[in-house]
Ligand binder design. Structure first.
Ligand code: SF4
Length: 248
């Protein structure tokens, strides 16, 4: 069952994931004409949806940056207070997503979270691609935040398999993800559509487990064949894969 959540989307990503929704080795060309006609759009809200590549492209390609608002921490907290039911945090979670929310934004979060309006916030989830090391300063800040009574920190790591179009050696970084486990709860999620993707996911899980990763590993077969969901890991020494089908 879900929980009420506020999504804060940051701008910028180190990846492009050009092959999502396509056959392996194909790359999306959908964003190019949108960039060429960018003067037709006044806000990121006006941009069209795409069927291939990154579905959050408006928060990824620098060409779209001026279509997104640049807000101060104060303005962000004011906006959140406007949209949550009691104008203060109750049971709502804060989900910080992107783009890739652990890029340079790590420097900005303490200012945001120290704002008096964020004091009663209890749960934060970072939706990350798992490639960004935590800076020592931010790691120490998060460790203290997570130690406060009732607070909970989660890293939802969507590690990118070759089906995304990203390179394995740049996308599967077990030592980075293992460090997140020193600070909060971590789970890994792999988008799969074919048996080859499942084999890649199995290989990636092996690499993460070898590095000491202990959290759950989830196959995200949303919108794909149920065949994916019949898969059970035979090699994982910690436990079998949990499978998850996002309801559409
Ligand atoms: S890592 Fe996520 S936000 Fe970045 S390009 Fe890939 S799908 Fe998009």
């Amino acid at each position: 069952m879900g929980v009420p959540s506020v999504f804060l989307r940051t701008f910028g990503c180190n990846f492009r994931c050009p092959s999502f929704g396509l056959h392996h080795n194909e790359k999306t060309t959908e964003v190019l004409p949108i960039i060429q006609n960018i003067t037709n759009y006044k806000s990121y809200n006006d941009l069209p949806l795409v069927k291939s590549g990154c579905d959050s492209y408006a928060a990824v390609y620098p060409e779209f940056k001026d279509l997104s608002p640049m807000l101060t921490s104060e303005a962000i907290t004011d906006r959140i207070m406007e949209i949550i039911p009691h104008n203060e945090w109750k049971d709502e979670h804060l989900v910080i997503t992107g783009g890739e929310p652990l890029l340079g934004w790590q420097r900005a979060y303490p200012d945001l979270l120290n704002n008096s309006k964020m004091k009663s916030l209890k749960e934060i989830t970072f939706e990350t691609n798992g490639t960004q090391k935590l800076t020592p300063e931010f790691k120490s800040y998060l460790t203290k935040w997570n130690r406060e009574v009732g607070k909970e920190l989660t890293f939802s790591v969507s590690a990118k398999l070759p089906a995304s179009g990203e390179k394995w050696e740049e996308a599967i970084l077990p030592e980075v993800v293992c460090e997140y486990e020193e600070v909060g709860t971590v789970y890994l999620k792999f988008v799969v559509a074919t048996e080859a993707d499942i084999a890649d996911a199995e290989c990636a899980v092996g690499a993460f487990r070898s590095a000491g990763f202990k959290g759950p590993c989830i196959l995200d077969a949303s919108g794909r064949s149920r065949k994916c969901l019949q898969f059970k890991c035979k090699k994982c020494s910690i436990g079998s894969y949990e499978t998850w089908l996002a309801l559409q």
